[in-house]
Design a protein around this ligand. Structure first.
Ligand code: UDP
Length: 337
């Protein structure tokens, strides 16, 4: 099968959550290819500064405003990043996750249906698989999420599946492993409030903003006792979204696909690589395991390569860390600082 050509993507493409971490890198890629883009974001966690050009500051909960954006901008496709993504918060406040992930996605699908916009590429996650029964995890791994965040993302996949069958929606669910890195230019990167992710926290230690990095457990059944994750560069993720959209626009009805490198990195290995990338000591201290962390999450199979022609270009941990470090050095307090 011929791989889809991301250069053939037709716009306008509405990017929901386009001012977020992965969204802003994808908007940048679309703009660099001169594909018309409509950036939609409520700026609750996204950053105005991460987008060049206009933003439709609209909340997906506001169906009227959403309908108006569709009527006015006439997108032919949607890439949907807008969602809440903290596992811990989803446990203590599931209502927020069902509202903002599930019902807001329903609002978006309804706006698409009313506007006869039928192609959507959607941020899914390896969290839809739950506790691994085999590692690496391929797309046919059972989907049994173990937290509300994963449940809501799986609901979103199911909604798209059902809309596909009934209304002809064409959809791609891209199940990411650990998004990481930053734009090589150093102007776009990862800035969450609060920050909970390993790489930004490690780099905040390198910057002297934190005293140490806490390692959540060193007694896992892995090569050094710390958890193994599969880190993918955010620009490689952006590229996969364009490829998936080209596939749908070429007539494909649906795709569920992992985005990972297939190579796992331990927490200790990541900290050591960050010491090399930054030249800073980065003190680390082992503490208790974080509840809900599986020992290993690594993507398996070759579907992304086979179906999308996707081969990660910058996902080695050295380039991930170099790029992330460049962003952190240039923005030590994140975008707003
Ligand atoms: N981790 C850690 N200390 C931290 C943050 C994360 O040891 O301060 C570990 C975490 O247990 C996991 C890995 O780093 O094994 C990646 O965590 P992150 O929160 O970045 O992503 P997740 O895998 O939870 O999506």
């Amino acid at each position: 099968m011929n791989a889809p050509d991301p250069k053939t993507v037709r716009g306008p493409v509405l990017v929901a959550g386009g001012a977020g971490y992965i969204g802003s890198h994808t908007v940048r890629l679309l703009q660099s290819r001169s594909i018309p883009v409509v950036v939609l974001d409520n700026l609750s966690t996204g950053h105005r500064e991460s987008v060049q050009g206009e933003i439709e500051v609209v909340d997906l909960g506001d169906r009227k405003a959403l309908g108006e954006v569709f009527a006015r901008t006439k997108p032919v496709a949607v890439i949907h990043f807008a969602a809440k993504c903290y596992v811990g918060e989803s446990v203590t406040d599931p209502a927020k996750y069902y509202r903002e992930n599930v019902t807001y996605t329903w609002n978006l699908l309804e706006a698409m249906r009313a506007a006869e916009c039928r192609d959507i590429v959607f941020s899914s996650t390896c969290a839809t698989y739950g506790e691994p029964v085999q590692v690496p995890m391929t797309e046919d791994h059972p989907q049994k999420p173990i937290n509300p965040y994963g449940h809501t993302k799986l609901h979103m996949e199911h909604m798209m599946h059902d809309y596909g069958k009934a209304y002809g929606l064409r959809w791609a669910a891209l199940r990411y492993f650990n998004a990481a890195g930053a734009s090589p230019a150093g102007d776009l990167g990862e800035h969450h409030e609060p920050e909970t992710h390993l790489i930004p926290l490690v780099l905040q230690v390198a910057l002297g903003q934190r005293e140490e990095i806490l390692v959540f457990g060193d007694d896992y059944p892995t090569r050094d006792g710390s958890c193994i994750r599969d880190y993918i560069h955010v620009d490689d993720l952006a590229d996969a979204h364009l490829r998936a959209l080209a596939l749908l626009q070429g007539g494909r009805e649906s795709l569920q696909c992992n985005l990972g490198t297939g190579t796992g990195v331990t927490v200790f290995e990541m900290i050591e690589a960050a010491r090399k990338a930054t030249g800073h000591a980065i003190p680390a201290r082992t503490v208790e395991r974080r509840p809900g962390d599986p020992a290993q999450l690594v993507s398996g199979g070759t579907r992304a390569k086979d179906e999308l022609g996707w081969v990660p270009q910058r996902s080695g941990i050295e380039s991930v860390l170099q790029d992330a470090w460049r962003f952190h050095e240039a923005h030590p307090r994140g975008y707003d600082g």
